[in-house]
Design a protein around this ligand. Structure first.
Ligand code: AMP
Ligand code: ZN
Length: 140
């Protein structure tokens, strides 16, 4: 964990927000962070997370929810540098497809491709493209 609410088990997103593990970070403030998804559905797929650990939105204090949505707004504006259209998703619970139990919004740019959410293997983010994306999306 990095700020409040200790997870019961090691948490990959707490490790990123605490800078213990690497992440391609495009935004950070006192209570939130946004970084590139390592297995993107589309180019520039972003995750927006609170620094406080909680499995789902309703586990967070209201102030953290508010801060998270404020950062979501900022990240959406930056995603629009890549494409005007995008999906926002939040998976709450295993039956809803949640794999990482630290609440996160997905922001998924859309480029006119057919449904990118169907089950298929996703390619791991390439380091050179990730760096280019951080250059594009990381500037305020
Ligand atoms: P969800 O199914 O909503 O829990 O989505 C979890 C997302 O986290 C998936 O899209 C994964 O590709 C992504 N993910 C898992 N580990 C990492 C990581 N270390 N850095 C960035 N994204 C990750
Ligand atoms: Zn966590």
């Amino acid at each position: 964990m990095s700020d409040g609410g200790a997870p019961a088990e090691p948490c990959v997103f707490c490790d990123i927000t605490a800078h213990r593990s690497p992440g391609y970070i495009v935004f950070e403030d006192a209570t939130t962070m946004a970084f590139l998804d390592i297995f993107p559905f589309t180019r520039g797929h972003l995750l927006v997370v609170p620094k406080r650990h909680g499995a789902r939105l309703t586990d967070l204090p209201f102030d953290d929810q508010t801060a998270l949505v404020r950062t979501l707004d900022e990240v959406c504006r930056r995603a629009e540098r890549l494409a005007p259209d995008y999906n926002i998703a939040l998976n709450a619970g295993a039956a809803a497809g949640q794999i990482v139990f630290h609440v996160h919004f997905h922001v998924i740019p859309r480029y006119g491709e057919s449904n990118p959410f169907v089950s298929r293997s996703r390619e791991r983010l390439r380091d050179d493209d990730a760096r280019a994306l951080v250059d594009t999306l990381g500037a305020g």
